[in-house]
Design a protein around this ligand. Structure first.
Ligand code: C5P
Length: 237
């Protein structure tokens, strides 16, 4: 998969998505559909985006017993999206089952890529130790979960730009690192604690960046998207 910018469609309805994407008629993009939108609109949203020619990351972060995840992934594969994910905390067997489900549900073409969430960015060291009762540091947990994801045969992980160099050292070259928390220098950080610019993400070795509010809340989303794309693709502006 060529290094795309993924636009997070953090909207509540198909109408909102249509309004946002109206300037993108000529520009086919890679979008992320999360729980908020998918639970409201269901597969209709995926069918609409595909008809418009966009690629889709269906960000539903599955986490259940292996058999349930396998069957759920079989259903998701039939939607013919490009990228899906699970929680690595579900364990190796669950991740392998997710992969089997995707393969079983893919009738033509290649299966969607499958990545895992290591630790949510909302989890800090305190939560890790005091609530989840994990004694390791956050960064060594992220590293171990990423290795487990790789051993289970998945294609990569969602992680912070700041974790990419560490993961590049321990995982194979082709292992995908998909990084949210992207902003331009002039943007608001919103609730993201550790942010990076598209060019910093590129330099760190990220495979794909996920950008939400920096584009969706912009007064000119298409222009902002193009500006971020130029930075991401290494064009000096
Ligand atoms: O608006 P913003 O660019 O911060 O949005 C980032 C997107 O990436 C949101 O959809 C958010 O849920 C998602 N995300 C994240 N951090 C993670 C995983 C996903 O910000 N660790």
């Amino acid at each position: 998969m060529q290094h795309p910018i993924i636009i997070a469609l953090d909207y509540q309805s198909l109408d909102d998505v249509k309004a946002f994407l109206s300037p993108f008629k000529e520009e086919k993009v890679f979008v992320k559909v999360g729980m908020e939108l998918f639970y409201k609109e269901g597969p209709t949203i995926v069918h609409y985006l595909k008809e418009e020619g966009h690629r889709i990351f269906l960000d539903l972060k599955l986490h259940d017993i292996p058999n349930t995840v396998k069957q759920a992934m079989k259903s998701l594969a039939s939607l013919q999206v490009d990228l899906v994910n699970v929680h690595a905390a579900g364990g190796k067997q669950m991740m392998e089952a997710a992969l089997e489900g995707l393969e079983a549900g893919t009738k033509r073409g290649s299966r969607p890529s499958l990545i895992a969430v290591t630790q949510l960015t909302s989890t800090n060291e305190k939560i890790l130790h005091e609530e989840l009762l994990i004694n390791q540091s956050l960064s060594s947990t992220v590293q171990s979960y990423a290795k487990l994801t790789e051993v289970a045969g998945l294609d990569g992980v969602v992680c912070s730009v700041h974790e990419v160099p560490m993961l590049k050292k321990v995982c194979k070259d082709t292992f995908l690192t998909v990084t949210p928390g992207i902003r331009l220098v002039e943007d608001s950080k919103d609730d993201q604690a550790r942010i990076a610019t598209p060019d910093e993400a590129k330099k760190a070795g990220a495979s794909m960046i996920v950008v939400g509010r920096s584009i969706t809340k912009s007064s000119n989303p298409l222009e902002k998207y193009k500006k971020m794309k130029d930075l991401w693709e290494g064009i000096t502006i």
